[in-house]
Structures are given as structure tokens and as C-alpha cells.
Design a protein around this ligand. Sequence first.
Ligand code: GLN
Length: 546
Amino acid sequence: MARYIFITGGVVSSLGKGLMAASLAALLQARGYKVRIRKFDPYLNVDPGTMSPYQHGEVYVTDDGAETDLDLGHYERYTGVSARQSDNITSGRVYRDIIAKERRGDYLGATVQVIPHVTDAIKEFALADQEDLDFVLCEIGGTVGDIESLPFIETIRQLRNELEPDQSCLIHVTLVPYVSAAGELKTKPTQHSVRELTSLGVQPNLLLCRCEHPLPETERAKIALFCNVRKEAVIQALDASSIYAVPLQYHREGLDEEVLRHFGMLNKSPQPNLAVWDDIIDRYDHPEGEVTIGVVGKYVGLPDAYKSLNEALVHGGMANRVKVNIRWIDAEVFELDDADIAAQLEPLHGILVPGGFGERGSEGKIASVRFARERKVPFFGICLGMQMACIEGARNTAGIAAASSTEFGQTEEPVVGIITEWMSKEGLQQRSAATDLGGTMRLGAYDAVLAGNSHVSRIYGGQTEISERHRHRYEVNSAYKERLEAGGLIFSGMSPDGLLPEIVERPDHPWFVGVQFHPELKSKPFDPHPLFAGFIAAALEQSRLV
Ligand code: GLN
């Protein structure tokens, strides 16, 4: 029987509920428990796949091809448990499914209502696939008090009655702001937020109070009194030095202990083994050098748009015990007439062109690939970045001056083009070039076969078969393979049927790799992705040269 931990947020958004859920799950795992984390998103999009990264940060893709909220990335990075389609639900999906059922007549003439139809659908999602788990953590997106989140809170209310009395726990994450004019931490917003929650019939068991200054005992006692929780269950959550310090910090504050006490499990629980987290934070806090990587992309104004990439670079640094400074460079600046590309790129020890959509900034990205190739600076192209590396190679080393991608409009030389048929594990996949944008991409885990003596097979520790996650509509056109290879760009990884190029590399360059997939989605602090570990190692070499 799995136990349920519901996590809600109050007062303001961006309190780090996702990190909190991930950290608590990691702490429970460190005691030997099996965990899974689910995210309930109250917005009306069916999934975040069509949302701009500026609106909602990166779209995180799971092995089974779901486009999900970026919090699922935190969950995977902290627990190593691969997220699934069934771990993220939105109001949009719930309503879509209910309306489809209603149209089919499945409700047999009943009036379809939020209670019970919407709440039942959410319940079904929360309770699915929990057989072999000890804990299911359910994070509710948004802030208590939002209209959109009401059906989710109502579902928690019902579930808490239906589950056994000791089978669920509710953690409410709040903010205790510091008012500098008064020189005091203020508990009133927390009190109000808990009152809002209890007015919906839900009493929290633990309060995690985010604060910039330590929470004095008097304030803790006051929160406990007014919010109807034990004083020990009011946990202070000071800002952490890094996101990887959060599990250890919450452990010191007694979070996991208090949760287990709530479930009556504390005396039976083994002590946590936190050696992995000690090592991670040691590598992070005590680097033995540093490198600077330039990320030449489009959404550089919002770090959350490249969340997993950012983290994977940090993991690559941990693998090499170096600090990674990331310089976010807007690819469009290189398209200005007087832009001096060399001045911006020369100080870098590695250049990375990440995934992206659309033509904007593409010439700047291609110019960065050229710089990296000619100056022998380590280069890493991811998804769109690999496509740009192929167009650059076609134009400047294979004599195909008009090379382009059909994503950017009609072209005589479609070195990158749309595919309408491909093989997945489930068989032939088909789509028309004109279908709507939601969910029409090659999504999720696909195998690739690596050339035996290639640089990438060495990076992958001698493996010749790998599985990585995809999210793209266009592919490098293998009709150009021979000409690109004659120009020195080798196709060293292909789909198992040999049709789709998955990896390109330049053997005459110290480190030049382009991949059609997103390796950053699978990197973990305790298991850095080999491509990022290798890229940062090459950047470290480069830093010794310049
Ligand atoms: N826009 C490109 C495509 O759809 C690349 C996508 C990506 O980088 N994720 O193929």
C-alpha cells in the first residue's frame, strides 16, 4: 500500500515546490523506500508541448514520449526514477478526456460536473500504478487560492477521506517574508494561506516555510498555534547555496523525519544513507578549476528555458571537478552587420548550440559552428544545434552553398527536412507535414547505433547501442551523407534501420559532436551524462591552451 504525500503551495508562486518534492523523495529513497513523484498542473493546455519556453520554461520529455512540465526533470535528476506519461496531468487533459467521453455518450445521460466527474478523473490519475511503491508524492502546481487549482484541492480532500487515516500527508509550502522596515519575519501570509486551505476542507500536516532569515522559535510556535500543526512540523527552509544542497539542508531541518513520524514509521525506518548527496555537494562546493561555456541560443533571457541543459553542464563540471560558467549568448547578435563574432567567442572554452525552433537566430548559430570548427574549439550541437552543424558543414566544407532546413522555408538544398514516416518500437509512425503542432514530433526514447571506432562510441564507454530522448520534427537528410562525410563531417550514429542520422562528429577536430537527441534530459548529478562529462573535459583541455 503506497502512502500519499500531497504538496501544495501558498502565498506566492516560485517557492520551489518541485525541488522540495524532489528533495523529499531523494531523502526517502536514501532510507531505502521506493518513490514516484507526480505533477498536477492546473492550466488548460493539454500538455506544455505547445507553450513558449518563455511562458513556462523548458518542455521536459520522458522516455515514453510525453511532453511534460520541467518539474519532472527535477524529479528524475534527484531520484533517478524515469518519469512517465502518467506522471503529469493537466486540467486541459482531464477536461479533454471527459468531454470526449461525454460526446461518446459514456455518461448515459448524466449531467457532467466538476464533482464527481473531474475529481474522479484526477483521483484515478493519482491512484494509478502504485502497486510496488512505498510513497507517491503529488505536487499540485499553482498557488492555493487560484481558481484553476480548486478541483485538485477538492480531490485531495476526498482522497484523504478515502485513504486509510495514516496513508496520506499534506505538506504546504509557504513564504515567511522579511519586512526590513520592521526588521521582522512576518507569519501572517502563512496563516492566511493555511486558512484558505482549511476553508476548502484540507488541513496541512507539515508546513515548509521558505524564508531569507532564520525563523525564530517564537515565530515557529506562532505559526504552529495559528495553523493547527505541531511545532516540529513547522520546518524552516532557508535559501540554499545551490539546488543540490537542498536535500541535505531539508534533512538537517528534520523534513524526512517529520514526514515519517506523521506516518508512524520513524522508529521502523532505517537511517538515511546520504553519501551520494555528500559527494555531489563536495564536488560542487570544492571545484579544482573552471571553464567557460558559451550557449548560443534563442531563449537566453530566461534560464528556465534551458533548465536541463544548464543542469547537465553543471553535472559535466562535477564529473571533472570543475566549476562551469555558462555564458548565454543570443544567436541573433551575430547577425548584426557589425557584430564581432570572434570577440564574443574567443574567450570561451567550449561552444554549445542547443535545441530550438524556428529560423530566428539560425545564421548566428551557423556562424558559431563555423567559428568552433575553424578555431578547433570544443563544439557540442544538440538537436537544432546538430542540424546547424550539418548546414554549416554542407555550406563551408561540402560546397553546397544553398544548404538550409525546410523548417526555415522552401530550399533547393534541404540538408535538413521534415520526415513524414519513421520507425519506432511500436512500428511505423506517420504524419502529414500539415498536421497541427501539438504532439506531431518524433518524441521520446529511440535507439541509435554507433559506429564502432567513433569518438562517440569511446565517449559512451565503448557502447555501440544507446537509447536517448528526442523532440523534433525535422531530420538531417541522409541523402547528403556522402557529400558531408567527404567534407569531414562523419555520421557516427544512425537509427537502427540506418535511415536517420542521430550523431555527427569531426574526427579532425579535438571535440566536435552533434546529436539529434537531447542528452541533457538524462543527466543526473550522481550520474553525469557521458557527452557532457566529455565536453567539459575537452573544454578543460582547451582552457589550458588559451
Ligand atoms: N526545430 C528542430 C526540429 O523540429 C529542432 C528541434 C529541437 O531542437 N528540439 O527538428
